[in-house]
Design a protein around this ligand. Structure first.
Ligand code: UTP
Length: 283
């Protein structure tokens, strides 16, 4: 019987160059969608899936992420004294007591595969999630919870995928699958003419710990970086890996357009904002 997945790894050490200058001194994971930063949306999705250990692979320029999950006793006291209990409750619910955080510095951004390998000491010999917070996925059930449920049946690694236009394959990892959605190949950023399909990897993975052994020997790949995709390609020789077609809408919040689309869609489902905009005849 597959074990439950209790660890989620959040690689957040990348520089976020696609969203400069917004991300020059503010980590892209701290950009708000609604009233929560992207990283908090990510953590909430992991908690919903039953995760209790949160592992952040981070960088010295991303200290704000660590601060966000720390207790700010002065702020809490000030809110309490001012009688702002609702805000205080929101602050205190950022992280439930049963969840623990581990922060590991990547030092040099050598690639997503290298970032995941940095998590090895914190993850140990267990299956784990990898969650890329700039891919926001909204739906009735969180994407990681959907993947955790499927894992109880398959017991295999899985990778969230969605179809993209063929002329965009060179922005993604692209997979080839059989009739049962089992991966036969995975390629990083193939040119449209060479892509084995239009099924693109999005930022959610459930991985067995064998991936760490493979990452130890993964050389630099596309863009001169150590690519998680290349290690997953090696994993296919040892274990089945499934593509997971999630329910929900994905927003690539690492770029301006995706970020604005997510902001608008979140605002559209917030009754307070709708009422305020209607009141000002802005809707
Ligand atoms: P991206 O490809 O989105 O890179 O990384 P980036 O640096 O964050 O953003 P751009 O493309 O320059 O705008 C995918 C994920 O992998 C993490 C990033 O933080 C992001 O969550 N990452 C990437 C690392 O943690 N370390 C790395 O060395 C590379």
């Amino acid at each position: 019987m597959p074990k439950s997945v209790r660890t989620a790894v959040f690689p957040v050490a990348g520089r976020g160059t696609r969203f400069l200058p917004a991300t020059k001194s503010v980590p892209k994971e701290m950009l708000p969608i609604g009233d929560k930063p992207l990283i908090q949306h990510a953590v909430e999705e992991a908690l919903e899936a039953g995760v209790t250990r949160l592992v952040f692979i981070t960088h010295s320029s991303k200290r704000a992420i660590e601060d966000h999950f720390d207790v700010d006793a002065d702020l809490e006291r000030a809110l309490e004294a001012a009688g702002k209990t609702e805000t205080l409750d929101k602050l205190r619910s950022i992280l439930p007591r049963e969840a623990s955080c581990v922060f590991i510095r990547q030092g040099e951004p050598l690639g997503l595969g290298h970032a995941v390998l940095c998590a090895r000491p914190a993850v140990g010999d267990e299956p784990f999630f990898v969650h890329l917070p700039d891919d926001l996925i909204r739906g009735d059930t969180g994407c990681l919870a959907q993947m955790a449920e499927r894992y109880q049946t398959t017991g295999t690694s899985s990778i969230a995928v969605e179809n993209v236009p063929r002329d965009e394959t060179d922005r993604y990892g692209i997979v080839a699958v059989d009739d049962a959605d089992r991966l036969s190949a995975i390629v990083e950023k193939p040119a449209p003419a060479e892509a084995p399909s239009t099924l693109a990897v999005v930022g959610r993975y459930l991985l067995t710990p064998r991936i760490f052994d493979l990452l130890e020997t993964t050389g630099r790949g596309a863009g001169g970086e150590i690519q998680l995709t290349d290690a997953i390609s090696d994993l296919l020789a040892h274990e089945p890996v499934h593509a997971f077609r999630f329910q929900g809408t994905r927003y690539d919040c690492g770029n301006k357009l995706g970020y604005i689309r997510a902001t608008i869609d979140v605002a559209r489902t917030d009754p307070e904002i709708i009422a305020a905009l209607q009141g000002k005849a802005l809707l």
